[in-house]
Design a protein around this ligand. Structure first.
Ligand code: HSE
Length: 415
């Protein structure tokens, strides 16, 4: 029998407990031994839980118990999860987690501590919920140079955007439903402002390129400024708006990485990923595009990835899994102004021709877009080609200097 502990009994932690209880036989056949949940750490009481007798409020019970070999951390947030994880790894226990904030911020350090203590630190559930992506990227695609990763990495924002696109629903109402369904973080700012997607693309970039990418260094925009008008323009341009996390390494080794809403052509595989689903496209130099698709949030999908890591740790007690990246303080991230993208720009102006001329002289060919019932002064443009984002920002300033009100600036993805 292998004793495990679960830290946190929220959406994911309770799902981990449930799967271990309800899939006993399946887990036994995968491991060859029984998994026993010896402790569940939570400050709250759960008298109705079938494992009510396993709850503890004291972390020391877990870290000091030599029988506990694997710990599932589903607390979320940096503290106290960071300290607890370090102490568990230093005690030689393997830790698995769904905590993308922790992995994105301290992954390199925690992987090093795991290595030093002959333990494992696994985090399949931290990106894409129930979608296998960490293992495929680090193992199945290992022979490839990864040219690019682009994905819909946040279920809540994809759910909200889908409601806006398909049902014309307002942002607030869609967010409320996402929270009721348990998709959104406790504080939805992390979802709607893009921080959650940023953490996930940082984890994927760190894994694919071998050096830690810190979220604070990554340009991040959310979806709070996206309106139904933008959704209409996108539709008339043959696109849908998605929140995309992207990274690729440019010639010379600079990494172009960021999170932003984008017009995604309807022909793209990412365009048809709706509701809470996530989709991650990995462009390998040998494989070409490989797309991973599935439920990116929710109790059992995410918990299933955590339990898969528990199984992997149980099968590799005192043996290391080769998932690793090094810490890096190098500034190898391309400044946002240098990154290239096509753009959609929506403005209000009394002089549409002047605006058109300003944009074409700054950014080359632009197309004028339309939507039904647009107010007389509204006009939207799309650049025909990719432009430097810094040049686009200058063009936007020039439009403002002409008296235009710039309402939206959204990237058009080449996906
Ligand atoms: N809040 C996250 C999302 C949960 O909506 O994708 C899964 O990481």
């Amino acid at each position: 029998m292998i004793s495990v502990a679960i830290m946190g009994h929220g959406v994911v932690g309770s799902g981990v407990d449930e799967i271990i209880r309800t899939h006993k036989d399946r887990l036994f056949s995968a491991i060859g031994e029984e998994l026993d949940v010896k402790y569940i750490l939570d400050l709250r009481d759960f008298p109705d839980s079938p494992h009510a007798d396993r709850f503890t409020k004291n972390f020391e019970d877990i870290v000091n118990d030599v029988e506990v070999r694997v710990v599932a951390e589903a607390m979320g947030g940096l503290n106290p999860a960071y300290d607890y994880t370090k102490r568990l790894l230093k005690a030689g226990k393997s830790v698995v987690t769904s905590n993308k904030e922790l992995v994105a911020q301290h992954g390199a350090e925690l992987l090093q501590i795991a290595k030093d203590n002959n333990a494992n630190y696994l985090f399949e559930a931290s990106v894409g919920g129930g979608i296998p992506i960490i293992r495929p990227l680090s193992k199945c695609l290992a022979a490839n140079n990864v040219d690019e990763i682009a994905g819909i990495l946040n279920g809540t924002t994809n759910f909200i955007l889908t409601k806006m696109i398909a049902e014309g629903m307002g942002f607030d109402e869609a967010l409320k439903i996402a929270q009721e369904l348990g998709y959104a973080e406790k504080d939805p700012t992390a979802d709607v402002e893009g921080h959650d997607a940023c953490r996930k693309i940082c984890i994927l970039a760190s894994l694919a390129y071998g050096k830690h990418v810190y979220p604070d260094n990554v340009h991040t925009e959310g979806i709070t400024k996206i309106t139904l008008e933008d959704v209409q323009y996108a539709a008339n341009y043959g696109c849908v708006i998605k929140l995309i996390g992207r990274c690729k390494v440019e010639e010379g080794g600079m990494m172009d990485i960021g999170v932003a809403p984008m017009f995604v052509p309807c022909s793209s595989q990412l365009a048809n990923i709706n509701d809470v689903f996530n989709g991650i496209m990995v462009r390998g130099d040998c494989t070409g595009d490989v797309v991973f698709y599935g439920k990116g949030a929710g109790k059992l999908p995410t918990a299933s990835a955590v339990v898969a890591d528990v199984i992997d740790c149980a099968l590799h007690l005192k043996r290391r899994k080769l998932i690793f990246w090094a810490d890096s303080k190098e500034q190898n991230i391309l400044p946002m102004e240098e990154s290239k993208t096509a753009l959609y720009i929506r403005i209000n102006t009394e002089d549409k021709e002047a605006a058109y001329n300003t944009l074409t002289s700054a950014l080359g060919e632009v197309k004028t877009l339309s939507r039904v019932d647009a107010p007389e002064n509204e006009v939207a443009f799309a650049t025909a080609n990719e432009v430097k984002y810094g040049d686009a920002l200058n063009a936007v300033e020039a439009l403002k200097a002409q008296g235009a009100e710039v309402i939206s600036v959204i990237r058009i993805g080449n996906l």
